[in-house]
Design a protein around this ligand. Sequence first.
Ligand code: PMP
Length: 376
Amino acid sequence: MKLFDVYPLNNITPVKAKDCILWDENGTEYLDFYGGHAVISIGHSHPHYVKAIQEQIQKIGFYSNSVQNPIQEQLAENLTRISGYNDYKLFLCNSGAEANENALKLASFHTGKDHIIAFKGAFHGRTSGAVALTDNPKIVAPFNAKHSVSFVEYDLEEIQKIIHEKEVAAVIYEPIQGVGGIILPTDEFVQKLREICTANNVVLIADEVQSGYGRTGKFFAHQHSNIQADIITIAKGMGNGLPIGGILISPEFQASHGLLGTTFGGNHLACAAANAVLEVIEQENLIQKADEMGYYISRALNRYQRIKEIRGRGLMIGIEFEFPVDELRKNLLHKHRIFVGNAKSNIIRLLPPLTMNKAFADKFLQALEEEIVSHS
Ligand code: PMP
């Protein structure tokens, strides 16, 4: 059997990784400024993380959600402390798309309404419901998607109009749009959006799948805007590579048996990994480090004229160029051996592990400079 041809592949086979470095089967070294798409939060193969997983799998890796699981409770406790969401509840699942699907279900169940507002440029995943909320012209929302979706530009009047015309259960937004090209709404916009949702019994869902977990210099990116969301969805950096996702749920929401559920969600092994991730984030002060390194890199990028704009926060950085970046990205990978992400045709996305340091950052900056100069 062949693999279904889903992903455009780089001709590289990583077989080993440590902190911000990957090695291929020939021992060639690659610098990771992509984090496997914002997944590697505490660096590859962190010793504390590896030890926690090894110890857990030797004890018990999985049993169904029909039994008590203190490792889940520990995770809820850790998340409470580090996120500041004190009285929220946690539901655990396996991916970002699944977290969003469950957030939508909860919002519909809670409000008795079923329209959802999503934003232009949004990416929320590739399951039926999440795809319907994803503004990607390559993906056609399946016609049986459960929710009707309105896409709006960042325009509060438009949102208010839709809320008054339709039975809107939720607004879902990325505090920083990732796949859309590192786009930030203003804090005022987010605060007003919060007010509109509260006034109209509309659930505000913050999709922190990419922007969460300390990457932006706060645990959640929406916390820069000084608001609380009703539901927060998380995944990617949560497991540092082990599949795990979750949703933080406002205490106003009622649980209902049968509404949410998953076989693998919250399994012992994934939860042990997720606990180790939070322990490392706290012990190594990675949220503050992400903030500082992000500032260091963004400030250094300011000196290049061929860069149109640098956007983002902490270690979630978008570099918009005046020219298409496909060749630049390929050169970074194959000539300089640095993984970066991209978005649209002219944006490079940086989503490195939060353990990124100055020496690696300088290596990236030097490579980028060389490429920009040779492009001029
Ligand atoms: N939401 C956002 C903001 C994302 O960036 C992604 C993944 N790129 C998802 C949801 C979907 O996550 P997953 O691939 O784990 O389903």
